[in-house]
Design a protein around this ligand. Structure first.
Ligand code: GLA
Length: 362
């Protein structure tokens, strides 16, 4: 029989004991595991900053990006009207909860309002007028959040999808030409000299596209344009990128003296498709154990690489919160469910989560 003092001593130890590892893991979020490496962000819409997703964001992340609210079309729908509501709410949510904000995006060929390219008669505007409008837009948006948004995706997706071509055709290119990219960075720098300014693109680790992005980045840096980093969107899948392509891309971009952000990370369980289409009747969109395992392996691989290159990678942001909603549920295949994130449809941590926070192999 154990004595009473022994019993009291054990009781005491139980009461003052440190929380168990399991308890600690309940309390830590992605942001805590990665505290010494880089912020972990998430793209949000109006719904995500309310209710249970908001609670998850506060627990897991320390950086946010507006999924759409700061793009030119949504935020500046008419020449003399800005829609600040949702963008302000996102910035407010961030400051109330101690999150950084990445701004997205100032110059893009999509989600651009039609008014900006035409005058009051409906005729195409001159280069001078379009540059003036672009400057006013950037000064207004970046200026409004000066000191609150620490990094901006200034130029988004300027490279053509055709590997034989360099810059994508767009109204911006047609009216202003390549100079528009340098000007956009200069206007952003004028509006907030302390903000970090990024060029952002997808498939940026595929060697052929990487070389064309590097060419644009070199043109900008050699001309003395204020650019501080490159955003690898990270719309990846269980099939790509390979370890070699990702590591080479990081090294090549970093060799220009630029920092890297992974800006829009998700891990599709389907191969890349460019053209939009409807889901076929015989097409399964079940999240099978095989797909789940491939996704776990791919998340483990890319996060291992992010940690290895943490000296150059200064933010990793997921595109959407959980598998409850992802833009990939309707793009490129309309009506096909995807499961590309670290939290499931009930906002629970998936198995891949535990691989992402397991640093044992480092
Ligand atoms: C691109 C853009 C993002 C977003 C995604 C799809 O990657 O940069 O803003 O529109 O497409 O959600």
């Amino acid at each position: 029989m154990k004595s009473l003092p022994y019993f009291l001593l054990s009781l005491c130890c139980i009461i003052v004991a440190e929380p168990s590892l399991a308890q600690q893991q309940q309390e830590l979020g992605l942001k805590d595991y990665y505290h010494n490496l880089f912020p972990i962000g998430v793209a949000v819409n109006g719904r995500a900053i309310k209710g249970d997703e908001a609670a998850l964001i506060k627990q897991e992340f320390n950086s946010i990006t507006a999924e759409n609210a700061m793009k030119m079309g949504p935020i500046h729908p008419e020449e003399n009207r800005y829609n600040w509501g949702l963008a302000d709410s996102i910035v407010h949510f961030a400051s109330a909860n101690n999150l950084r904000v990445r701004g997205h995006t100032l110059l893009w060929h999509q989600q651009t309002p039609k008014w900006i390219f035409v005058d009051e008669n409906g005729d195409q505007v001159s280069k001078e007028l379009l540059l003036k409008r672009l400057r006013e837009h950037i000064l207004a948006v970046v200026g409004r959040y000066k000191g609150k948004i620490y990094a901006w995706d200034v130029v988004n997706e300027a490279i053509d999808d055709n590997p034989e071509k360099f810059l994508r055709e767009s109204k911006w290119m047609e009216i202003i030409g390549e100079e528009v990219f340098a000007r956009a960075f200069e206007y952003a720098h004028e509006a907030d000299p302390d903000a970090l300014l990024f060029y952002n693109d997808y498939n940026s680790e595929r060697p052929e596209k990487r070389e064309r992005i590097l060419r644009l980045l070199k043109n900008l840096t050699e001309a003395g344009v204020p650019i501080h980093g490159v955003g690898l969107q990270g719309h990846w899948s269980i099939f790509e990128p390979s370890e070699t392509d990702l590591e080479e891309a990081i090294e090549r971009y970093a060799s220009l003296g630029l920092q890297l952000h992974i800006t829009e990370l998700d891990m599709s369980v389907y191969p890349w498709e460019k053209e939009r289409r409807q889901k076929r009747a015989d097409e399964s969109d079940a999240y099978t154990p095989e797909l789940e395992q491939k996704q776990i392996d791919q998340f483990e691989k890319v996060f291992g690489i992010f940690r290895k290159y943490a000296e150059h990678i200064t933010n990793v942001t997921f595109w959407n919160v959980s598998d409850r909603y992802s833009w990939l549920d309707h793009y490129p295949v309309h009506g096909r469910k995807n499961y590309p994130l670290l939290f499931d449809q009930n906002l629970q941590r998936k198995k891949a989560y535990w691989k992402v926070v397991d640093f044992k192999k480092d």
